[in-house]
Design a protein around this ligand. Sequence first.
Ligand code: S3P
Length: 173
Amino acid sequence: MKKDNCILIGFMGSGKSSVGIRLSYRLRRVVEDTDKLIEMREGRTISEIFEENGEPYFRQLETNLLQELIERVNGEILSVGGGTPVREENRPLLQTLGTVVYLRIRPETVYERLKGDTSRPLLQGDNPRERIRTLMEDRRDAYESCADLIIDVDELDMEQILDQIQEKLGNRE
Ligand code: S3P
């Protein structure tokens, strides 16, 4: 059975963390961010984790954390890393955690938002525009298959995004 959390998924730069914080104010629910939890526990940034231990190590930390959250969390808002739904075993875990909201965004918008960003190891190559496009294409099915609600965020402001989520959560109760 689903727990009563709201889980925000979506590509890097889609606004998961900021939507999570704003939604927590509006709904008066606690918010947790898996990337931040991992960084805090490891005592280093995501970039350092990728560099020092590699991506598979980070992915295992993500899966372990989802399992832990299922045990200890209810009634919260959770934002997760952009790659979390890609690992097949994570998708049922996300679904068990609660209502999964996918913030869908166009590659061009991601590029505009994140150009110059150095905190995402997966976008640090020579051609970030192309990298964003192919990575998003590869991930499309994974995101869509575990979403209970899809919001196309490109043309929406924060309040409109929150309204749509709130409406969906309200309908579940
Ligand atoms: C990743 C997204 C990042 C972070 C890591 C990997 C991904 O989180 O987990 O750099 O694979 O898309 P954000 O989506 O919060 O940037």
